[in-house]
Design a protein around this ligand. Sequence first.
Ligand code: PLP
Length: 353
Amino acid sequence: MELAHVQTPALILDLDVFDENARIMENYVAGTKMALRPHYKSHKCTAIAHRQIAAGANGICCAKLSEAEDLANAGIEDILIANQITDPAKIVRLATLAASCLLTVAVDNAKNIADLETAAAFQHATIHCLVEYEIGMNRCGVQTPEEVYALVQEIEKRPHLIFEGIQAYAGNLAHEADEMIRKQESDKVEQRLRELLDFLVNKGVLVKEVSGVSTGTIGFRPHDTVYTEVQPGSYLFMDAAYNQLHLPFKNALFVLSKVISANNRQVVCDAGMKTVSVDQGSPALKGYPQAVLSMSEEHITVSAAECPAEVGNLLFVIPSHCCTTVNLHDHLILYRGNKVMDKVPVTSRGKSL
Ligand SMILES: Cc1ncc(COP(=O)(O)O)c(C=O)c1O
């Protein structure tokens, strides 16, 4: 089928660009001690997770327990939930899941560690733990090496928990537009982590993994980086927000839309806020970089001077945020050139529990 025959609005993925983005990321980690553990949040498709594993990814990182369950159901064996799971009912689910795959979870609280042990013991399961270190994002995590060490000790005395290492994600730097600041601040993160590792080594702690890093900061890792695995997500698709950083990755993900009304004043197409997210600002139009988009639920309106188009023409909308846009769609259509190659479900669409 030709792309022109796809009913719109539709989430579409240019496989040639997608493959090239994946190759660029593989080159970043090749020859370093960093393994790739891509973040599932960007695509939420188990079919894509399998492609990433087949291409050499160590495992998959995700944000939600329900995403981890989908990944395990699809046969992904090594899963990191880079978040705290504290709800008692969810801890039961987590321990059940840990009995069927290699499951790692972030922790930053002693009571949570005790609760994980109780559930894991009940399921005869092992839960692997990363202690989350707060390195500037001001989200979860403890702030001092002493606090990290205290939690490591809590984990190490639990027979059903294994201390794997440190979760350290500097999400505050991911979209920093000033390249110099992004680099300087990334170096400071490396330095703080190095100090943490020295502190832990002096206490006799074996730290196997240091996990973190985004699409926006992967290029700044020094050759002797402390990170042993990286968790980028957006690099595969890219979006209008990340375009501002002029990274080597290119736009592979679009919402394909058709012009449904046009006159010499304005052009209206059939994508809107229900199919393209706006949490990171306005989307863009491929081929019309100057066009200012006015968004409503089911429509995008643009001036005819900025985007001369006729009823029936296809417009390729570049989402401002790929991850939240994907979560608005049931399917992702894969294409090369003008040809539709496949259609895969967005397996974990709406999975927030
Ligand atoms: C913990 C964690 N790791 C990795 C990422 C991936 O970031 P990006 O999509 O910017 O590469 C995110 C994004 O929110 C995240 O929260």
